[in-house]
Design a protein around this ligand. Structure first.
Ligand SMILES: [Mn+2]
Length: 312
């Protein structure tokens, strides 16, 4: 019996000008770009990153003819020999059916992972990750590397348990999630002292900005267990707002792009990266396309590291 097709809408332009593929047709070992504009916005909020997948793809257009060029952030071409990249387009979002959005995301991820693809998620607000992480955790043990200004450990907000402030708590409840390394927290967000205490009690390793400022990226890299597959959960507010101003709340004191290159290459040297999620980019809050260029570079790094992880 063949599985039901995942309804996704082809994107134009496609990420880095690559070929389109339906999720149910992505070849084994390929990097599969999937746009997910929203999942579970709060009643008082909106789908604030809905335009982000298209904005990242547009920003990638200037890089499309450089796919075979040497990328100094990756130490080689974006795709290693034999590496393949496809764009699966965007999943639909229905503001009137939040459980349906989550079910659609989980189904798309189950499909991609069953086919042996390495998904590059272009979000979307942070809530889109919750069903995607569940699909990873069903298949085996993973480490989560979260980069974010916030720890996202709220039990609920406005009665909603699957919103953007609860992603890491929901992830911690999944059997397959063995380690959560959380990098870049700073300032104030939704976390109360009890959330921080409960995150630590649950075993989350909180490598906040004060640790990184004192010791560089090494503590974050060394917190990732060698060998076990890693899913990167990257909220772009982890970047300093001078690098990516295009976020809901600009919190000073974040990571530089160079910090992120060091961190991700260091992690990729310890364990294969099998999933890469980029969330919380808000193009309407950008300044002169600065954030879009940096987030596009992050997506390129993600694609390159996924292609290398798939080859492990
Ligand atoms: Mn955040």
């Amino acid at each position: 019996m063949s599985p039901d097709p995942i309804s996704s809408r082809a994107a134009d332009p496609r990420f880095l000008g690559c070929e389109h593929s339906a999720p149910e047709a992505v070849p084994h070992g390929a990097v599969a770009v999937i746009g997910i504009p929203a999942a579970t916005p709060y009643a008082s909020g909106r789908a604030h990153s809905e335009t982000a997948p298209a904005a990242i793809r547009s920003a990638s257009a200037t890089q499309a003819n450089k796919l075979t060029h040497y990328d100094f952030d990756l130490g080689g071409p974006l795709l290693p020999d034999g590496g393949r990249l496809f764009d699966c387009g965007d999943l639909a979002f229905d503001a009137g059916d939040l459980p349906g959005n989550r079910a659609r995301i989980a189904a798309a991820y189950r499909m991609l992972l069953a086919r042996g693809a390495a998904p590059l998620l272009l979000g979307g607000d942070d809530s889109v990750q919750i069903p995607a992480l569940a699909a990873f955790a069903e298949r085996g043990e993973i480490t989560i590397l979260q980069v974010d200004a916030h720890i996202d450990w709220r039990e609920e907000v406005e009665g909603e348990r699957f919103g953007l402030s609860s992603t890491m708590r929901r992830a911690s409840e999944l059997d397959g999630v063995r380690t959560i390394v959380q990098v870049g927290a700073r300032g104030t967000g939704s976390a109360r002292p009890s959330d921080v205490a409960e995150a630590r009690a649950a075993g989350a390793q909180l490598i906040d900005m004060s640790i990184l400022r004192a010791r560089g990226m090494a503590p974050a890299i060394e917190a990732v267990p060698p060998g076990r597959p890693v899913v990167v959960c990257f909220d772009v507010d982890g970047f300093d707002p001078s690098v990516v101003p295009a976020v809901l709340g600009r919190t000073p004191g974040g990571l530089t792009y160079g910090d992120v290159v060091t961190l991700l290459n260091g992690v990729a040297g310890r364990a294969p990266i099998i999933g890469f999620n980029i969330v919380e980019f808000v193009p309407e809050a950008d300044i002169d396309g600065l954030g879009a260029r940096t987030v596009c570079r992050l997506a390129m790094l993600g694609a390159g590291l996924l292609a290398r992880g798939a080859a492990c």
